[in-house]
Design a protein around this ligand. Sequence first.
Ligand SMILES: [Zn+2]
Length: 550
Amino acid sequence: MSYKVLARKYRPQSFEDVIGQEHITRTLRNAVESKRIAHGFLFSGMRGVGKTTMARILAKALNCEKGPTVSPCNICSHCTEITQGNSIDVIEIDGASNTGVDDIRELRENVLYAPASARYKIYIIDEVHMLSKSAFNALLKTLEEPPPHVIFVFATTDPHKVPVTIQSRCQCFHFRSIPVQKITEALLRIAEQEGFAIDQESARLIARASEGSMRDAQSLLDQILSFCGDKITVADIKLVLGIIDPEVLDECSIGLIEQDAERVLNLVEKLNSLGVDLVEFCRELQLYFRNLLMIKILKSPKTVIHIEGEEIDKLRPISESVEEGRLLAFIEYLNKTEEELRRSAHPRTILEVALVKMTRIQPLQEFKEILGTLEALEQKFHGGDLSGGRPPAQNPAVKKTGSAGSVPEQGHQSGKEAPAPFDWEKIVNHANTVNPLIGSILEHGFLEKAEPHKMVIGFKKKIHYDMAKGKEQKINEIIKGRMQGGFALTFCLQNGAETGKKTLTEKKEDLKREKKNELLQEHLGNHVVQEALRIFKGQVQDVRDFGADH
Ligand SMILES: [Zn+2]
């Protein structure tokens, strides 16, 4: 006996058998019972939720020799012919391949003839939204004045593409996607009847993967059965579904670690025959080796690898059986391979070559020894360094002390006192941020004298000296606030000619002049500039950098 696919074998033959569409079966049964049958039905919903199945059951309910009945007998010639899809009076049309107006014109002519033997002539048009516009128009004319013996059942996954004029002449039913739980139960029932073993979790995995489509679930089950026989395991299902099972990764990694190329290649064959995405597999394997590496290196790897403690315990012995050096090499190889797989037209070969190469990586037994030596050296180095006495960290001399006006503490260094590094520019910058007015005064000053307990600020112009004198207390507060150790602050009026000391303002001007000079030198040689000078008999007075400042 030839094998009948599950979806066909377990196709519901009566209203009661249809799963997950109770809202529709009830209405249809009522219609059949009360003999109020519409001439047009529109069944919409995603694929595999029972639209054409329901259409056939409706056809049987109407055409059964014992009918019209809500419980067609399924044994009379009409019923069996409908089940087999060869009833003369129940015509199934695939809208996707009969989209033209000619097809519909032919249909319109045939519609006029009475049914050959059954009560009704029933047209089931699947994927009706695929019909052309003119075909829809032709169909509409029939729907507007349907012969009493004709019933149309339209099925579509895309009701929005069905013209409203058609929809309005039909009784519309929307088929729901079937809940995971209901599909799971259905699969378990099938297993029981077929006599194979499948556990709840496996059935649930299949149900979830089929996303609400019973037909998809049944096809998947077929696929899985043909792969693993009568005993279905979660691992097999994951393999078929492309969910890469940890056990497959275990097997592959053990093959690589034990340098068993044959084992690894057989695994690739298995993956390939199942249509597992090899890029995905490569990435998963990479992650797997990363986990092994983390388990090897870290005392508590759980925080880094996000897998269950149980999983870690399972991976630990594998991790211990391979050296760190090879793990690193594996990860590197896989990383490279993943990229190559994405680009290659022959991903299988790429993966095979990479895996075989990985089995050829020699375990470096001496690696740990080298590491040990390095560690010993490092310890020795550290030990010597410490005994030699590392110079203690310098206490930063510039540091905020207590509030202004308080008596500053002595420097922390006992014995000799470290000279305070008076960086005038920093002091002025600080003043500028704390009090811009004081800052602008100090910019015209320079550090005339800087000793541990004495600071003299010189001003070259009387106006600035006077301004500083006027703000003496404020300046004291700001500067002392930055200094460690007590000192006296005084001002003096001095042109700085003997010492050549410069105020910040002067320094800034110097810098500006210098830049200008550079700019001048840079552009004086320019032939356009020279030509201009020649024509206008001029001289260069000034040079400005418009690029930077304007
Ligand atoms: Zn029957």
